[in-house]
Design a protein around this ligand. Sequence first.
Ligand code: C5P
Length: 310
Amino acid sequence: MSADPAGVTVRVPAKVNVQLAVGAARADGFHDLANVFLAVGLYDEVTAAPADELRITCVGPDAARVPLDATNLAARAALALAERHGVDPAVHLHIAKDIPVAGGMAGGSADGAAALVACDALWGTGASRDELLAICAELGSDVPFSLVGGAALGTGRGEKLTPVEVGGTFHWVFAVADGGLSTPAVYGEFDRLTAGTDIPEPTASPDLLAALRSGDPGALAATLSNDLQPAALSLRPSLADTLAAGTAAGALAALVSGSGPTTAFLAADEEAAEKVAAGLAASGTCRDTRVAVSPAPGARAVRRTYSPPG
Ligand code: C5P
């Protein structure tokens, strides 16, 4: 057995924003945020293995909608690490995709963070945590959080993270919509809807942080908020029906996940979550439902193989 792995598989979670406070558009086009991320136990797995050239493959229910070219954040992560360390980026990145695509759950960001950790282990580049976080921040606003997982407050454009304490397990149901929503389009709609209004500085809600610490789903339900929700609903009005169906099925709270169109429902416990999922499925207002718990760990290697497959 050689000391160098022939393949490294990294598992990485999805996220839901339990608070997404959005400020006015900055000069660079981004928006300052107070973004409370919570990692949820829906996972993609990215396997890095040596290849003749950089290539990406993807399997999963939404695989056909995943770009396999250099726009994929997994490819950009591999190229960024290779360039910094003078490594040939000839790697096969295989994505087993379970996180909804373009759904507001940071699935693309997750694959970027996972590819970075996988390539670092495969190539033995030994990047420090700080270097990995810096590369993640270059790749996108949500990518650093995919690396760290758990729960965190993201400020700046969401990339500056401070850990947040979570005192228990929260049970979620996610309703997957048909198709995706473009994040820039949703921020653009936010700008349109708020034009001419006074937009306050985004700040984290002390009540929400206390609710996360308490582990009490009732307290968290009362404090969930997403400033992008009106914009997502404006672009996709049918999401209101999905939110209403989940609430009618017993969810403690319902909100759009990030920029959507996935909707998130907080349940009192595991049994209630199953009921909410069944009610949503029966309502015909979404394409699929998923049950998951939070918090979940960030991107980390779960498998190493030491001989090439097959
Ligand atoms: O950072 P990321 O590449 O994920 O951002 C995608 C797009 O979302 C940006 O180009 C911008 O339009 C919007 N965005 C924003 N403010 C943020 C994060 C994202 O306006 N804080």
